[in-house]
Design a protein around this ligand. Structure first.
Ligand code: SF4
Length: 223
């Protein structure tokens, strides 16, 4: 098979996202939040946990700790009961308490918008910082979680495993204005069709443009 040029790959990548957008214009972040602090807390809680699970605990958590000042005064032991059904809750309770203290000490109780500043906060990695920043109108980003990375590799948009390298590869294939929606659409598609186990290629709207790298294709189930 001839090697695909960067231009051809970019065209294919943009065609994929356009098809996904046509099929799923409703794709959006599935965490519930109304303020930058709520978004930051929810994304931090969502590591290795479903958004559904996070959304079950956040109403009570947000009501009890509505500001960074309230969060800063809480101990991990006081936070744990609110999030105990979420994976890694002990670590996350520690991070939430430290996060509140850092926001008060360094940012006047506000959530910073820039990705580089967010990344310095306790418990906030590069992906979380990117997701929060782009939703807040801070820095454009194409954050790479497990779904985005898996789909980008299957679609032949990159061979990289490292999330930072995958993000750089995706950013090079799309105009900046498309990063936000591209990120959301890949996650949405990864959760509904291109599952980690048994992707449903037979009902995938981008099958014609996907080389299905690393996918063991199974037959369409009989009706
Ligand atoms: S064709 Fe298969 S591997 Fe490719 S994006 Fe669709 S579901 Fe995923």
């Amino acid at each position: 098979m001839p090697k695909e040029s960067h231009a051809a790959r970019a065209e294919r990548a943009q065609r994929i996202v356009a098809s996904l957008n046509q099929a799923m214009p409703e794709a959006r972040i599935e965490l519930d939040w109304t303020t930058p602090l709520e978004l930051l807390m929810a994304v931090l809680l969502s590591a290795q946990t479903t958004d559904r699970r996070v959304n079950m605990v956040t109403p009570a958590l947000f009501a009890a700790f509505p500001t960074a000042y309230a969060l800063a005064q809480a101990t991990p032991a006081q936070l744990e009961p609110y999030i105990k059904t979420v994976g890694l809750f002990r670590n996350k309770a520690k991070h939430l308490a430290l996060l509140g203290a850092a926001l008060v000490a360094k940012h006047g109780g506000q959530v910073p918008l820039r990705r580089a500043e967010l990344e310095l906060l306790p418990g906030v990695g590069n992906k979380t910082a990117g997701v929060v920043s782009m939703h807040m109108g801070g820095d454009p980003a194409f954050p790479v979680d497990t779904h985005v990375g898996r789909l980008a590799r299957r679609m032949g948009l990159t061979t990289k495993e490292d999330p930072d390298e995958v993000e750089a590869a995706l950013q090079a294939l799309f105009p900046q204005a498309a990063w936000f929606q591209g990120h959301q659409l890949l996650i949405w598609h990864g959760r509904r069709v291109c599952h980690a186990q048994r992707p449903e290629c037979h009902r995938c709207v981008v099958e014609a443009d996907c080389p299905k790298r690393g996918v063991r294709v199974t037959k369409q189930p009989r009706k």
